[in-house]
Design a protein around this ligand. Structure first.
Ligand code: NAD
Ligand code: TYD
Length: 342
């Protein structure tokens, strides 16, 4: 796939900003147009010196805006779209599902529609393993596992995947979907498990563990995920889905204990709180398709990745201070007060 002008959406968020940086470092011939609404989860500070690059053009705006998206596609002669932009937090989708449908479903539809009108060469949708629902103690999701989302977040992501498939099937649009497990690494907003636990532990605040703490997630280093997305964009087959996993399943409580050990903090900081409604028990990914067909596999083992991640948070207090101002305090008190953690 020869792409010279790429629209990246949500590039001021966690995975998007890591992806923008990767491409600026490794793909000197690609121009990036980064469209991001700068919601609570998007921050220009996450882009740092990427903002100075002549190959990176930041546009503040929403993927739900047809005029803006149409204008960008024409103005920059965009030939590919990678859609990261989304409302991404399950807990927030439980308390306020509407915006998840507006952004994740309506926004994706708008990008597909405008992208098709502008004749782009390829559309890649960054999806999630949560579309497959929840697993028991055995087995793993493959690309043929039936879609069975449980949360408003995963239902909205599933709807978007269906629209991507429909645009491929009905209009012959060139599309690829990637579905990954839980990402971790630098620049993740501290509402998600790993950065929240690092931040609270360093401040000797309690670490809220939902339910019995035995829910299992597969952890994928963000740099490995970004490499997989670019590989799938460049070499994936049109109309296909590729699962991306870290091959690293951990129960939440084991993960939190690992963080505490790294920081030299006591396990007594862990507080068991009211469970998330509808909490999926276990996710696990069979990533053999992308490994076999596209030659991608994760490079960062969990020990290395979590050590680097913790170190990053310890040395980037300034970034944390910027992103947790204002809205975050209100969010934290409402979310965790309800659960009995603050
Ligand atoms: P994030 O919440 O950190 O970032 C989302 C970004 O999208 C933010 O910069 C936000 O400002 C932007 N955004 C939100 N609404 C927008 C709109 N209407 N128009 C333009 N921009 C908008 O999310 P993330 O963790 O970086 O996730 C990126 C993508 O990867 C999402 O599609 C998510 O569903 C998917 N994903 C994430 C994970 C994970 O572990 N983080 C796992 C699986 C899939
Ligand atoms: P999260 O990072 O929100 O990702 P997802 O729900 O998309 O997998 O949560 C990861 C796991 O950690 C999930 O099982 C819920 C749990 N969790 C807690 O126990 N406490 C917390 O404060 C948070 C945010 C998550």
């Amino acid at each position: 796939m020869d792409c010279k002008s790429l629209l990246v959406t949500g590039g001021a968020g966690f995975i998007g900003c890591n992806f923008v940086r990767l491409l600026l470092e490794t793909e000197p011939d690609v121009q990036i147009i980064n469209l991001d609404a700068l919601t609570y989860a998007g921050n220009l500070a996450s882009l740092g010196d990427c903002l100075d690059s002549p190959r990176h053009h930041f546009v503040k705006g929403s993927i739900t805006n047809p005029e803006l998206v149409g204008f960008i596609l024409r103005e920059y002669a965009v030939d590919g779209i990678i859609n990261f932009a989304a409302e991404s937090h399950v807990d927030r989708s439980i308390t306020g599902p509407q915006v998840f449908v507006e952004t994740n479903v309506g926004g994706t539809l708008n990008l597909l529609h405008e992208g098709r009108g502008a004749g782009i060469k390829r559309f890649l949708q960054v999806s999630t393993d949560e579309v497959y629902g929840s697993l028991g103690p055995e087995g793993a999701f493959s690309e043929t596992t039936a879609l069975s989302p449980n949360s408003p977040y995963s239902a909205s992501k599933t709807s978007a995947d269906h629209l991507v498939h429909a645009f491929h099937h009905t209009y012959g649009m060139d599309t690829v979907i990637t579905r990954c497990s839980n990402n971790y690494g630098p620049l993740q907003f501290p509402e998600k498990l790993i950065p929240l636990m690092i931040m609270n532990a360093t401040q000797d605040k309690s670490l809220p563990i939902y339910g019995d703490g035995l829910n299992v997630r597969d952890w994928l280093y963000v740099g490995d995920h970004c490499a997989a997305i670019w590989r799938a964009f460049q070499a994936g087959k049109s109309g296909e889905v590729y699962n991306v996993g870290g091959n690293n399943e951990l129960a939440n409580i084991e993960l939190v204990k690992t963080i505490l050990r790294h920081l030299g903090k006591p396990e007594s900081l862990m507080t068991f709180v009211k469970d998330r409604p509808g909490h999926d028990r276990r996710y696990a990914i069979d990533a053999s398709k992308i490994e076999r067909d596209l030659g991608w596999r994760p490079q960062v083992d969990f020990d290395t990745g979590i050590t680097q991640t913790i170190q990053w948070y310890l040395t980037n207090q300034e970034w944390l201070d910027q992103v947790v101002s204002g809205e975050y305090q209100t969010y934290y008190e409402a979310m965790y007060g309800r659960r009995g953690a603050v």
